[in-house]
Design a protein. Structure first.
Length: 537
């Protein structure tokens, strides 16, 4: 398997999805800004996404893929289909029951995750959870709180569909079929753009149209992955859920992997709850999240998706040297692409936010808050990506407990940092604490991998890491100077601003490419070798 080619397949489709997501967020920002309807929608959207990571991506990326690959390699397709059928049936049963319970008790779940919505506007410059719960228990709800309850109840079926999508994605990724799973998010973002444009006038406010489009997008993704698995002849059958040894092993591994794989979402949930005490904070965090998620999705998620099944198969075949080589190349690619992206977010966050978002209901104060969040997310971007790279070797060895422990440390740092600094510096502390926790998490993972012999840095990557850093710093200097020169044009009319930003980022990208070659961070030969198709055996 050619790691780079498969990663580029995932990255290309992820890029299209993220661009669609960006168009979606620009339209939402233009129409809703960072007001109460936008805040309520972003909380509603994040809530099923949190549980999707718990039940689906965490469990099935960390536990299902290695077990499914072992069945496929050792016992054949029929055994693998039987295993996936048990997982498919059990997941559907558990999540249908769970979703019904959560939707019934949604008012309580929202007060636990968005307590700040209970405090009337203008009365909460600081974190005051006791006052929020007192108002809830005495029946003094606010319109923003009720909107969050309504939107989340509408969005929540998304959890079931996306969990099944994650299972089908794990099946396809195990046989190195990445296209359908990587293309699926495009349908969600397409639904979030097209459905509200058609149906704005059907609902009391635009937030309801957005909430319904989330569920519509989940159904579309499910149908696409269903078709993909059926086409490969790997479609699981629906059977009566049973507590078999395979399911016991899956649940045992998944119970740790759920936490480790979904740590980013745990941090986002904590941040969401705290941010509800600052008007507009959830919206501004969401808009900043969209921008840093673009490189995270293109690099970190893509490498993680491709790396786990490849390492799992190599370890099953006792090809430990091959596993180390794959890990080194994945780490090299991650750093080569992530470090310059992080530098760009640190150097020109304000320029990015103002050009891309500031129009309509999105104000200058919204731009300032969003750019400050983007700066801190940018500082943590390398760590976010490296966590994806360093977790894969543990998951491939069916060790989900170790990443879970480090994820717990991550969460403690995130909670403590957010709570301590929220009342001092504002909601930007949430983004900063998220990055700080992730940085510690990445460090702990690589330290443990090194001690257990799970990763061996070769001479090539040792030479290239400082050169990648140097090339990125030089690019940052170019971006900083050029942004100052082009400042008048970045504040002009829309077409002028967008054109100038394209020129700015284009020159920065070109400069980075030149610096990479000049300092020896990569070579033309490397690119050619990465793009060549692997020889067929």
């Amino acid at each position: 398997m050619n790691l780079f080619r498969n990663m580029m397949t995932v990255s290309g489709l992820t890029m299209l999805s993220r661009l669609m997501g960006f168009v979606r967020d620009v339209l939402i920002a233009q129409r809703l800004g960072a007001g109460p309807i936008a805040d309520a929608f972003w909380v509603a959207f994040r809530f099923p996404n949190l549980f999707r990571r718990f039940f689906a991506e965490g469990a099935f990326n960390s536990a299902f893929v290695p077990l499914y690959a072992k069945k496929l390699e050792g016992e054949g397709r029929e055994a693998a289909i039987a295993f996936s059928s048990e997982a498919y049936s059990g997941l559907t049963f558990v999540l249908t029951l769970f979703s019904a319970i959560v939707m019934v008790f949604m008012p309580w779940f929202i007060i636990l995750t968005a307590a700040g919505f209970m405090i009337p506007a203008g009365e909460h410059p600081q974190f005051a959870i006791g006052e929020a719960f007192h108002l809830f228990l005495t029946g003094h709800t606010t319109e923003k709180y009720q909107l969050a309850v309504d939107f989340t109840q509408i969005c929540f079926p998304f959890l079931l569909f996306m969990s099944l999508v994650a299972l089908f994605s794990g099946i396809l990724n195990s046989v190195h079929k990445f296209v359908a799973a990587s293309a699926a998010p495009i349908l969600l973002n397409l639904a979030l753009v097209v459905y509200p444009m058609i149906t704005w006038h059907w609902y009391p406010n635009p937030g309801y149209a957005l909430a319904w489009s989330v569920t519509v997008g989940g159904v579309l993704q499910f149908l696409l992955l269903l078709w993909g698995v059926w086409k490969q002849g790997l479609m699981p059958r629906f059977v009566w859920p049973r507590w078999t040894p395979d399911m016991r092993r899956l649940v045992t591994l998944g119970s740790f992997g759920v936490i480790a794989g979904g740590i980013t979402q745990i941090n986002i949930l904590i941040g969401t709850m705290i941010a509800t005490f600052a008007p507009g904070a959830n919206s501004m965090l969401a808009y900043a999240d969209r921008l840093y998620q673009l490189p995270l999705g293109l690099i970190g998620v893509a490498i993680g998706v491709v790396l786990l099944p490849d390492i799992s198969r190599r370890l099953r075949a006792n090809d430990h040297e091959g596993a180390h080589w794959t890990q080194n190349r994945a780490l090299e690619l991650a750093l080569l692409l992530t470090i310059p992206a992080a530098v760009a977010l640190l150097v020109i966050p304000g320029e990015l936010v103002r050009v891309l978002y500031m129009r309509g209901a999105f104000t200058e104060s919204n731009a300032i808050g969003t750019s400050q969040c983007l700066f801190w997310y940018g500082a943590g971007l390398p760590a976010f990506v490296l966590i994806k790279v360093f977790q894969a070797p543990f998951f491939a060895r069916e060790d989900t407990a170790t990443p879970m422990r480090y994820a717990a440390v991550n969460t403690i740092i995130n909670i403590a940092g957010s709570l301590i600094f929220f009342n001092i510096v504002g909601f930007q502390a949430i983004a900063a604490a998220t990055s700080a926790g992730s940085t510690v998490n990445a460090y702990l993972l690589i330290r443990r991998l090194n001690r257990m012999g799970g990763i061996k840095l070769d001479d090539r990557i040792k030479r290239r890491i400082p050169r990648i850093l140097l090339a990125s710093i030089l690019m940052g200097v170019v971006l900083f100077v050029l942004a100052k020169v082009l400042a008048p044009y970045l504040a002009g009319k829309f077409i002028v601003k967008v054109t100038t930003l394209i020129v700015l980022t284009g020159i920065g990208t070109l400069a980075y490419g030149v610096f990479v070659l000049l300092v020896g961070a990569a070579t033309v030969k490397d690119v050619g070798a990465a793009l060549r198709r692997p020889a067929r055996n």
